[in-house]
Every structure is written in structure tokens, then in C-alpha cells.
Design a protein around this ligand. Sequence first.
Ligand SMILES: [Zn+2]
Ligand SMILES: [Zn+2]
Length: 237
Amino acid sequence: MILKILGNNGPYPAPGGACSGYLLTSDSGDTRILIDCGTGVLNRLMDEGGPASLDAVILSHLHYDHMSDMLPMQYALQFHPRPRPLPVYAPDEPEAVYALLKAPCFDLWEARDATIGEMRVSFTPACHPVPTNAIAVECDGARFVFTGDSNQDALVELFCEGASLLLADCGLSEADHKFTAPHYSARLCGELAKNTRAGRLLLTHLNPKYDPQALLAEARTAFPAAELAELGETYYI
Ligand SMILES: [Zn+2]
Ligand SMILES: [Zn+2]
């Protein structure tokens, strides 16, 4: 699989940056899914063939930094129509935000295990203030796992086991982290990767208020091979 980072910030974009957005393409190029579509992701997706080129969109949850560009995506699809509506997998709460996705160009699906082209997609609930899923995608003999937005959680940890590449919510520094926080800290991302024997760890949901290099150094205290998910970068899984 090929992962391209279309957005790596949260909960708001850095100057010139973008919030959560991850494009996964199978080795054959025949299957393409977008995971999350936050602020600033749609313009980068337009460089990659636009929404008409996707097999599905999967939204980890309905906080704006993970879904806001789904709104103008509806206009893009009006001008670049697909043969069939675009499948969108998402939690159905908060209700008022979910209602914004009820458009003729989208085919809304429950976030349940599914086969999308060559990809097998599975979900498990994450630890966050609104219904949120961690997402695993298996394809081409590799397993990609995205934690979604989450704090430490035993189910999420089990779900992450054996990821070829783990993309983890690094929303907080250890100094700002609490047991009740909505995000992992950088150090906890490193520990999660170590405990679940991840092949590779990418840190994302980078809050522009932090120096990313400081977050990276913190994660590396637990998982020395940790990397930042770099905007626009391509990773082979
Ligand atoms: Zn977020
Ligand atoms: Zn969130």
C-alpha cells in the first residue's frame, strides 16, 4: 500500500498546513481510499485526482478537523460526477454534523468491517469525547492502523497489534497530558508502538502550538524509530 499524507495537524491547521487526511492506494493503484477529510485536505486531494478518483472515504469521527472539507467536496462532486455516489463510512453522531453529510453525492455507511476493492477495513471504538473509531486497513500483505483521535485504551492497544505502519494521534505533549485527555501524548504514542510491536510509527494530529521536533524527541524516548507524518510525503507500507 502507499500512504500519502494530505493533512497532519489538529485541531486547527498550521500556516500552509492541513488537518487530518490520509490517502491510501493499493500497490496496483486500483483501490484508493481517503481516511479523514479535515481542513485543507480537499485542495491536496484535487492534486491527487480529486474525490471522483476515490473508492470510499472513511471518517474516524465527526469533529470538524477530521471532516470539514467533506462540505465543499459535495460541490467538487457536482462538477466531477462519479457513476455512483461516493461511499462514506462514518459514525452517525453528533447528529447535527452527520446531517451535513446527507447529500445525494454521498452513500453513507455504518463504520463496520468492510471490503473496499482490494482493501479489508476494520474498526474499533477509540477513547474520545464523541464516537470515534481506530481504523485498520489490510492490503498487499500489510496492515496499516490509524488510532483516530484517542487516549490510552486497552481495546485500541489490542487493535494496533502488529501494524506494519502505525499512524498515531500525537495531539499532546507529555506535560499537557492527563488521564482524561482526548489524545495520546507523544511519549504514549511511542509506548503504544513499542507495546504493539509496530513496524513503523508516524506521529500525526500535530498541534501547531508545539514544536514538532520536541514531540518527536519525546516519542523516541519510547520508540527510537518514531517519525513525524510529513505533509505531502509518501510512505510505502
Ligand atoms: Zn482531532
Ligand atoms: Zn477529535
